[in-house]
Write a protein that binds this ligand. Sequence first.
Ligand SMILES: [Zn+2]
Ligand SMILES: [Zn+2]
Length: 343
Amino acid sequence: MRAAVFHEPGTPLAIENVDDPAPAEGQVVIAVKRCGICGTDLHATQEHDGLLLPGTVMGHEFAGEIVEVGANCPSDWKPGRKVTGMPSLSCGRCLPCRTGKPMQCESNIIVGLQQSGGFAEYMALDTHNSLLLPDSVDWVEGALIEPLAVGLHAVNMSADIRGKRVLILGAGPVGLAVSFWCRFMGAYHITVTEPEAIRRESALQFGADIGLASGAPEALLPEVEKAAGGMPDVIFECVGVPGMISEAIAYSRHGGEIIVVGFCARPDTFVPAAAMMKELSVRFVVAYDKADFDMIAGLLAMDKLDVTHMCTGTVGFKDFSQAFEGLRTPNAHCKIMLDPGIT
Ligand SMILES: [Zn+2]
Ligand SMILES: [Zn+2]
């Protein structure tokens, strides 16, 4: 089969012929219909962090059709069914696994980083971390469930978003998904701060009331307050670089809430007293639960979510590497997807 293969950081993905996957016990093989490019893919291929192994096929935002069923799969997992899933091969028995959080399983293998994923014609999936989709959910919607789930999970981890003034730091795909769900769940006012003008524009299509150019909190807070009619009640940190938690603390009102969503693997510092003096609740969140996927699939099936505008480009293998590299420079794209069926 054809696949986009990672070889080394700084080198574009190579379109190559690789072996077809075979389903292990409890697995199915799907023909990939769409697979989105994620910021994580861009980071992982730029600087080597040890997670992404040479020879791996990336891609963890996929939807496809079952073509082969392994031993001991549930009886309704049949060829022809639509599927998406969490990009996770996990033990299936530990507490995180049994409560729908396989990304926190100690033996978790991340599909698309540590094991081959969806930038290919076919991929193997664990049935226990995947879900069958109703036929009314189309391929683009199916492949958007994963990035949408990141935002839904973060918003669900807030104590209560209803009627709140929300500030979202960063309008990358994660910040945009958070904005989308804050609106859906009944936030009162949503401000997004983001350095790129083009992304501030997109935020407005994702439920935000206003997009402001990022700046130092001391300078920007009066603007944020004026826009929302008060200081933010809930702040979502969706940038993921050192210094952002400190900024979120500075923006927060007394008794406010901070949800840290931006993934940062480097040491960071903040002054605890600054958060203590406001008695802030700070919550760190990661990825999603199976329930987030199920809820989004259900809402899509009921036509309750208008999300197809999130997919801003579709390419076949021929143009894939170029499209992938193009996302490294400022651009208006929210999500570019691979369609392996495009020749
Ligand atoms: Zn992702
Ligand atoms: Zn487990």
